[in-house]
Design a protein around this ligand. Sequence first.
Ligand code: SAM
Length: 243
Amino acid sequence: THFGFRTVAKNNKAEMVADVFHSVAAKYDLMNDLMSFGIHRIWKRYTIDCSGVRRGHRVLDLAGGTGDLTAKFSRLVGEEGQVVLADINDSMLKVGREKMRNKGIVGNVSYVQANAEALPFPDNYFDCITISFGLRNVTEKEKALRSMFRVLKPGGRLLVLEFSKPVLAPLSKIYDTYSFHVLPRIGQMVTKDAESYRYLAESIRMHPDQETLKGMMADAGFENVTYNNLTGGIVALHRGYKF
Ligand code: SAM
């Protein structure tokens, strides 16, 4: 049936995403630096600066992977705060946990294997939720956004850092060539897995643009939704509040 077909297609996406991140987990951090020329560090720094996170806050780093944001939040919230690194993929969580241990970050971080579409946390729990380069991989984005809204405290904010639509046509062309032709080659060289990086390029192309994502966040209940383009809109940081 029509519905049967849709279910199959969705399961395939979730399975493919799982395969991709199991395959790249060990080399994930290295690949991020190579692919973005280190610029992902600036995008993440900016996200932290916009988070409003302070001592004592509870933060959810959703689809947190190897924990770049978790490490920074852990310092900001201090001993009386809490950071939850949640990810659907146990290989990524493992690398993340190992990395935090190596950095000496232990006391205020916990690790939860969870699907963004059905978060296993109480209502109104977190002061801030970030999802950095994660939403693109989620099958049911609307459901995930509603789930994030539920677990966010009133007064809390959601930050979505994600690839978006470059604002200038020439940049868009160069970027398309880069992501479809160069990325899979770097992937092949470093991880022996060009296919995962073809998926990455495809998922970036399919992801909702700035205005569409803004509308989706508003539909999920978020208020005062705004976004900033970073690096000419290659990436955008969306912000929304729960009041
Ligand atoms: N946030 C990290 C960063 O910015 O470097 C990791 C981003 S990585 C590109 C995407 C992560 O999303 C992967 O670790 C993947 O396992 C996770 N992910 C994919 N689908 C998910 C879902 N439905 N729920 C939770 N995490 C998911």
